[in-house]
Design a protein around this ligand. Structure first.
Ligand SMILES: [Fe+2]
Ligand SMILES: [Fe+2]
Length: 259
């Protein structure tokens, strides 16, 4: 089974770039399952029903979220009811949405789990015991487990990779929007990557127009952020999973978006 994971899709430039590039990605990587982080898909922060559906229509099978999940109040019903959309499992249980979902891909039951780091991000519970609980619940219900770990710190992400080594097919990090070069299959069989990077404009500061981001740093005053445009790239990773539910390979994906 082949899983294409796409890092945080940022705003309209990210959505349009991914849609335009998806045919070539399918041709090259032949994914059985496409997972994308959609926490920045609506105007650079959060998700709306309209932008979520846009991702599904372009061929994304499962959308994961992160700290911007609840930016758009009118999307709470969509987050709560859409089974192909998940938000970090270690948020309060009463928050709209679910922390994992199970989908069929290439004859396998694939559980996709979303977790948030606890360092520099707001969570209710540590992601480590929550990961253990979910993996326990999934026993006998899923053939492979794919984790999007939305976290700030590389150390917390590397630790999660080791924590789940041999128990998940993949642990892939999101949130920093900057891709890392440490893709590998850990000894127990878990594909690991600290950050998948983002799908959006490289002309800005992690997806925000650079003039606005710089103004924020220089003045230390609140600044309106818009999505940067131009020089759009698609970033993520391709994971090959064996029948035993563990990874055979992981390769980073980083290509300029098709026009
Ligand atoms: Fe993000
Ligand atoms: Fe984030």
């Amino acid at each position: 089974m082949r899983v294409l994971f796409i890092g945080d899709v940022v705003g309209k430039p990210g959505r349009e770039g991914l849609a335009a590039t998806m045919p070539a990605l399918r041709e090259e990587h032949k994914p059985d399952l496409v997972i994308a982080n959609g926490e920045n898909v609506a105007g650079g922060v959060g998700i709306t029903e309209e932008t979520g559906r846009e991702l599904f229509e372009m061929g994304v099978d499962v959308i994961t979220l992160g700290n911007h999940a609840y930016r758009h109040r009118d999307s709470y019903g969509f987050i709560a009811s859409e089974q192909r959309l998940i938000r970090p499992a270690n948020y309060p249980a009463s928050n709209p949405g679910q922390g994992h979902t199970i989908v069929d891909a290439a004859g396998m039951r694939v559980a996709v789990v979303n977790l948030s780091g606890a360092l520099y991000l707001r969570v209710e519970r540590s992601p480590f015991p929550v990961a253990d609980e979910i993996i326990g619940e999934l026993s006998g219900r899923a053939d492979a487990i794919f984790v999007d770990f939305h976290a700030e710190l590389t150390s917390e992400k590397v630790a999660m990779g080791w924590h789940l080594d041999g128990r998940a097919a993949a642990v892939i990090g999101t949130h920093t929007h900057v891709p890392t070069a440490d893709d590998r299959v850990l000894p127990g069989g878990t594909a690991y990557l600290t950050d998948a990077g983002m799908t959006g404009s490289r002309a800005g500061v992690i997806g925000v127009r650079k003039e606005q981001a710089l103004e924020g740093f220089l003045t230390q005053m609140p600044v309106r952020f818009d999505s940067a445009e131009g020089d759009i790239w698609v970033m993520g990773a391709l994971v090959e999973v064996g029948d035993d539910g563990l990874a055979r390979s992981i390769d980073r994906v980083m290509v300029p978006a098709a026009e």
